[in-house]
Unconditional design. Structure first.
Length: 579
């Protein structure tokens, strides 16, 4: 099997799920579509029913003192979103915004169509209904940095830790024995899967000085571990399922799916409503008596604000948009960057769970590494996966990450029909910054996404050093026992470069790099919103999603988004006396 055949297989499975989706089998679980007319009024309008929107809407409705209209551009989540083993089949479907970068990204050369495919959930629960389900908070350093940027100590790690805990319900029996970092009474169940197959890799990494820990937390900030997941009880713990679904019959909650918010309506620089395009293609205006809350994520939130007149003055005027507030909306785009290392080793009978939709489909672990061992936060993360047969690798390489078929086929050929071990080396704190721009004034057009990965040379140099650091694993006892060997992807750009030199690793990083899908910063605190997440220059408009992060956290950012939203909900409840 080659990459094209593997992609065809995965597309075929997606087609089967797409046919099932016509039956709308999951709709019964959710609040019914609201009956909304032009001019309908609600206390709050929440724009975006993703990871953030489901949580904030539920918190406000639970006060029993406020009516909430939640607007989501996508549909209800499908069956494959609910089940722990089927998330790979959601990529590039109607449940994904299917964003791509512009075609001038340095790292896009070895990707399909010369662009970076940037998945983002387009359904209730958003990316918490779409992604791979990892749950990692980030480091105290990350949040203390936010507190310094905003000059607001309520964003420090000490202050936000209780908010994390309120969302969490730790169900992992091993960690519960000594737990003092996780909540046990929240709605999002979190726990780990422990694979015996990971043990020899942990031993190998310990030879390199990287310890195994039961959990990565402030007591043990660096090392390797089994991943914490929000996929427990064989189902995904999305914010839609855990916060919104229980409110199915609550009369204070009004839900619109398949409905696109096209513009925020202002009167005297006060947000008073939202223009929407309904699923039957009608344009209506719905009104907010108290506040409009935008939770569309780091790509769609800046687009909506700019379409509404909030953004860089010159760019808005160029699109003939009336300027309501001149702010750097869309700037400061940040993301983590992955680069791929693949190894082959003695053929084994390693199994995978692709045939079981209730089980996580990969044998996987992760690690957090700092080159300076006295540092209390990581420079890079690794996501490490094992494969016993080629379909699994090709599905990840060609289908899920959209590398071009030639690259994936070259790596597979180099594996020589042996077991494969792949690691994504994730650069956690790039200095490069990108931007989001309006493609047009048509809200149905996706915006222009210019991530500008590696636009600062230091990012390439640092990422290369992380690849070189991890690649030392080939010299460990275990790798020698199993004839472990790095597979050179034979990138044309790297021809003639001596293997294992920094020039080689810089070239390899560029040639195998991809987005980690953790987009933040485009409406950041201190630039676009204040520390209470209120948009500068206008009233009754708040943003609470990943776009408000002034810097990225050094981890998967879903947990941090939920923390931000819980904090925002507390502030809104206090501001309007809803306790």
């Amino acid at each position: 099997m080659d990459a094209a055949q593997a992609s065809s297989y995965f597309r075929g499975v997606e087609d089967i799920f797409r046919m099932l989706a016509i039956l709308n089998l999951t709709a019964y679980q959710w609040p019914h579509q609201a009956c909304v007319q032009d001019g309908s009024e609600f206390d709050f309008i929440v724009v975006g029913g993703g990871s953030a929107g489901c949580l904030v809407a539920s918190r406000l409705v639970e006060t029993r003192k406020a009516s909430v209209l939640l607007i989501e551009a996508g549909p209800y989540p499908p069956l494959e979103s609910d089940m722990a083993g089927l998330f790979p089949f959601l990529s590039e479907t109607k449940y994904d915004w299917n964003f791509t970068s512009t075609d001038k990204e340095l790292i896009a050369k070895n990707h399909k169509n010369g662009v970076i495919h940037m998945s983002s959930g387009k359904m209730l629960g958003g990316s918490s209904s779409l992604g791979y389900g990892g749950y990692i908070r980030g480091y105290p350093h990350d949040f203390n940095e936010w507190a310094a940027i905003t000059n607001d100590t309520s964003w420090s790690f000490k202050s936000v830790l209780p908010l994390f805990k309120k969302n969490e319900k730790l169900v992992d029996p091993r960690i519960l024995k000594t737990n003092h970092y996780y909540g046990t009474k929240g709605k999002i169940k979190i726990g780990k899967v422990y694979y015996k197959r990971n043990r020899p890799f942990f031993d190998a990494l310990e030879e390199l000085g990287y310890n195994y820990h039961l959990d990565i937390n402030p007591d043990h900030p660096l090392g390797f571990t089994n991943i914490m997941f929000t996929m427990t009880d064989n189902e995904r713990q999305s914010t839609a399922h855990k916060f919104l679904k229980p409110l199915k019959n609550n009369k204070k909650l009004h839900l619109l799916v398949n409905t696109l918010a096209t513009k925020i309506i202002f009167q005297n620089k006060t947000a008073v409503g939202v223009e929407i395009l309904t699923e039957d293609n009608k344009t209506l205006i719905v009104k907010a008596k108290k506040e409009v809350i935008v939770t569309c994520g780091s790509i769609k939130t800046p687009q909506l604000l700019m379409l509404s007149g909030i953004g860089p003055k010159e760019e808005l005027k160029a699109k003939h948009i009336e300027v309501i507030s001149d702010l750097p909306v869309g700037k400061n785009f940040q993301d983590h960057v992955n680069a791929m290392l693949v190894y082959k080793m003695t053929k084994s009978s390693l199994a995978n769970n692709l045939a079981n939709p209730n089980k996580y489909p990969y044998v996987i672990f992760d690690g957090y590494v700092a080159l300076n061992k006295s540092q209390c936060y990581a420079d890079y993360q690794t996501i490490c996966v094992h494969f016993g047969q080629p379909l699994t690798f090709l599905g990840i390489c060609s289908f899920y990450f959209s590398f071009d078929d030639q690259l994936c086929n070259t790596i597979l050929k180099g594996a020589d029909n042996k077991e494969m071990f792949i690691t994504f080396i994730t650069y956690l704190n790039p200095e490069s910054r990108g931007k989001i721009l309006l493609k047009s004034t048509d809200p149905r057009d996706n915006p222009l996404i210019m991530p500008r990965y590696y636009s600062k040379e230091i990012d390439i140099e640092k990422h290369a050093s992380y690849l070189a650091d991890f690649n030392r694993i080939v010299n460990t006892t275990y790798f020698k026992e199993v004839e472990g060997e790095f597979i050179d992807p034979q990138l044309k750009a790297c021809e003639g470069l001596e293997r294992n030199t920094m020039e080689y690793w810089k070239c390899h990083a560029i040639g195998t790099a991809d987005t980690a899908h953790y987009f933040v910063g485009t409406c950041s605190m201190g630039a676009v919103v204040n520390s209470r997440l209120q948009v500068y220059g206008v009233k009754r408009l708040r943003v609470c999603d990943a776009s408000v992060m002034p810097t990225n956290v050094r981890a998967v950012n879903g947990a941090s988004v939920m923390m931000i939203v819980r904090k925002a909900s507390d502030m809104i409840i206090a501001d309007y006396g809803l306790k």
